[in-house]
Design a protein around this ligand. Sequence first.
Ligand SMILES: Nc1ncnc2c1ncn2[C@@H]1O[C@H](COP(=O)(O)OP(=O)(O)OP(=O)(O)O)[C@@H](O)[C@H]1O
Length: 269
Amino acid sequence: MSVDMKLERSAPQFITHEPLLHMTNISKRYGDVVALDQVGAKVYPGEVLGIVGESGSGKSTLLRMMNVQELPDKGTYHLDIETEKPNLFDVDRYARLQLQSRHIGIVYQNPHQGLLMKHTSSGNVAERLLIAGERSFANLRAKASDALDASEFPLERMDAPPIELSGGMQQRVQLAKAIALEPALLLLDEPTTGLDVSVQALVLDTLKRLQQDRKITMVIVSHDLGVIRTMADRVMVMRRGQVVEQGLVDQVFQDPQHAYTQQLVHAKL
Ligand SMILES: Nc1ncnc2c1ncn2[C@@H]1O[C@H](COP(=O)(O)OP(=O)(O)OP(=O)(O)O)[C@@H](O)[C@H]1O
């Protein structure tokens, strides 16, 4: 048995469905830099997959591919959302945009990447609904308000632009925008990095509550093992563009098999 086979622990027993997300053999180079090297990933409906690893290990690149905002050099990507399940890296640009706007939500570490900082917060959320075809002003406002409320954003500030809000509130606006259309898949790229520890805990609480209430399938990228431990059911450990270990969170963190995971876990203790 190869080392990789040994470290790829089996899926938990309760997983009986087809994966919602299935990627195989994803490789990506930027010039001489190998960002991803034959990475595979499966995420099951309603579960939270954590991706952890040092800076430069390929976590954000993989997440951008899950959001189909960037294409790999090689690999396949299927989402189990419609009867037809094409390789999403082969579909045309229009279909990719449709997919991003209707079925995938994303929250970036940097709110400038996800929000128009000088537009109102409610307008940022409404924009996503507009793109999806909502045209009634009353509905736009009501749905934006619902999404902000679900993200535990203080509604009395909904007309304030993100630039005037705290970092924690900006992340709540990004979250509201991401969930406004009830996406099949929510992608979170270091959503609490850079926030004060107490604000970080509150935002994680909101994410946890949303996940429990709505059973949203999530992929969360973080270099922080505490965040992954709080949020995720399963974890994938990445290093230098490869997956070195994966399995249930408590299994991997209590009994890490790969030397790199052991180093990560001990550094955290
Ligand atoms: N657009 C790009 N152009 C050139 N190199 C890139 C690009 N995007 C990523 N890389 C390189 O690919 C590798 C993986 O980067 P990536 O951002 O995915 O890692 P990461 O694990 O998310 O790191 P971090 O936690 O620092 O964001 C790095 O060496 C990075 O410099």
